[in-house]
Structure formats: structure tokens, C-alpha cells
Design a protein around this ligand. Sequence first.
Ligand code: PLP
Length: 403
Amino acid sequence: MHPFRTACRDGLARIRAEGRYRNFQPLRKSASRFPVFTIGQGETKRDVTVWSSNDYLAMGVHPVVIDAAVKAAQEMGAGAGGTRNIAGTSDLHEALEHELASLHGKPAALLFTSGYVANEATLSTILRSYPNWHVFSDKKNHASMIAGVKGAPATVHIWKHNDLADLERLLAAAPADAPKMVVFESVYSMDADISDIAGICDIAEKYGALTYLDEVHAVGMYGAEGGGVSQRDHVAHRVDIIEGTLAKGFGCHGGYIAADSEIVDYIRSAASGFIFTTSLPPTTIAAALASVRHVRQDNARRAAIFERAETLKAKLRSAGLPVIPSVSHIVPVHVGDAVRVKEVSRELMDRFAIYATPINYPTVPVGSERLRLTPTPLHTDAMMDALVDALLAVLSETKRVAA
Ligand SMILES: *Cc1c(COP(=O)(O)O)cnc(C)c1O
């Protein structure tokens, strides 16, 4: 047997033993009934209420967005047919980049295959641009940022999550003349907390560091037009590079950066992960453009997601359920045990047709395992009441079993 096959077997056994093995739950979205999905087919088909979608604003099922995708498919076909440099740039790609630059108040923007690729490609390209970079990365940064930083010829400093004193301590200790970059997020989706962008920019400025901000969980929802927390806090102009996704709040697919023209032009010209891949298809681009344009002026939708999140938090709290305090639109419910959180999730699905993903170590620390709930403007009070009842039943029972 080839040693790689042995490695696969051992690796899988280890993943299973550690309780990290992943089973996917096939769920079919219903554009007309979101957030109700279906599972199974024919006789066994049934409805499931999904509480863990990252389509935060339900824009993925908005008629304006669906119509744009359908029209683009009919007029332009299914695939882009080439990289951006080889027949794969349409007027829609350029219009979307202009729209995203304008959303963040930056001169330019650049599209990528996904938010993951945007982070990985941009960060690794910056850190390979010349030697001796020192990069300062928040402890809780997403895997895609870590992928961009890791392996680059740079000195990496990890600062304690959202701890500005720790960031400053590390910056002060680094060589004064070394090029520096501070890499962080606005909304941290697993902890549901939000960084102090202005405070981080103050420190970065003091030490002459570039700032790179992932607004993936904020774009669409925060700020007057959905430009993210940097727009809400009026600090977007102080952040050098803002990264976002079209796949969460905007409900479509793709990632991007927004920055000054020279930075964007350099990344466009040097990033392998941008250059050597087929550009996003016209359906996705047209849908995303319609979504961003719509979301920018749809303040009611932005208000609705926060109203829904606050209502859910209040309902969970008044039922005595362990809601983890959250200043964002994400509602985490504490379970606190790796085996139990999976059981709770499975029970919710099997008995109550409710889908809520368990979040385990290493995404969150051991002992803080949780369900991560993401209410959208389309989650009703009745859905919330059903969720509360189901959680009360399941959490009290698993506690009894565990005790
Ligand atoms: C989801 C996520 C990404 C990746 O975005 P995709 O468009 O899904 O690839 C990047 N950063 C953070 C913080 C994320 O949660």
C-alpha cells in the first residue's frame, strides 16, 4: 500500500477519535420559502428551518437578485470562459468593482473567486513583495488570512484577540525600520464580538503599519449603506485595505478587496490567485451587482436584521437559555461540551426539524462549545418561539443524561 493511503487512514482515524469528523447535511434551499429548506426526497421529504445560514440578509433569494442572475445566464451564458486577462472581463465585472470601491469610499476594488482567495492571495502577495515584513495578526483571524500569512517570508506576530495593548506591545518591540502590517477583522463571527477599528488604526499609524481589515461578516449589514463596521464607525478612510465577500450579507458568491488604485493595480498584476483562474461567471457577477446596489439603499432590511437578532436574544434570555452576550447580529448559545453540542444539534434536527450548526474546538476554546444562530429578516416570531421550545426540551434532556 502506498504510504499516502496509510496516512489517509491514520489521519481520518485521528480526526474521528478527536470528534472532528464532519458529516455534511444535504439541505435544499427554497427560494420562495427561505429560511425553510427541505431535506430528503419524495415520501421522506420534509421542511427544516435553518438557523445557521450566512445569507444574513436573505439577499440570495431576493427577486431582484434572482432576476439579474437569470437574465445574465440567458444573455451571456453560464461561464465566464476565461481568466480576467483572457476574455474573462465583462463590463459587469468592471461595474461591480466600481460599485464595491464606491461602497467602501476607496478609489479601486478587485474581485476574487471567493473571500478566502481574496485574503490568501492579497496577503501572500503583499508579504512577498519585498523582504523583512513584520505582520501582526489577531489571534482569532480567519483561516484564509492565516493561509496568506503563513509560509510567507515574513516575521509573524500573533496578538491577543481584540487586545490593543498587546498589539501595541508587539509593535513597539519590533524593529522600528521594518515594514509592518496589522491584519484583523471587524465582526468576529464565532465570538460575535466587534473590533475597535479606530483604536487599531491609531496604534498602526503610530508605528507606521499598513492596516488590512476583513469585513466579511459586516458588509451589507453595518454602516449607512452596508459598507461594514469601518463605514459605521466612519474610519474606512483610515484602513488601507478592506476585504469583503459577496457570499454572506450579499447572498451571492465571490470576494474582493478595496484600496487605493496603486495597491489594487499591483495585486491585480502580481497575485497568482487572481491571475491564473477563470473569472467569476456572469450570473454571479450580475446577481452580486444587483444585490450590492439594492442593499446600499435598503435601510429597512438592515434595521430588520438587528431587530430580529435583538428579538431572538430577548426570547432566549427570558426562557432562561444561555445566550452568550453578543454586540453583533450573530446569536451564540452556550452548550460547553464537544459531544453534547453535537447531540443538541442532532436532536434539534431529528425531533424538531431545526438546523443549527454546532461550533466546536478549535474554532472556539474547549468548554465554550456553542450553537451559532444567525437570524435573518425572514425569520418570524413563530420560528423563534419554536426554536426556544425545542432548545428548552433538548438542553434540559441532555443535561439530565449527562448528569
Ligand atoms: C467566510 C469567511 C471568509 C471567506 O469568505 P468566502 O467568500 O466564503 O470564501 C473570509 N473571512 C472570514 C472572516 C470569513 O468568515
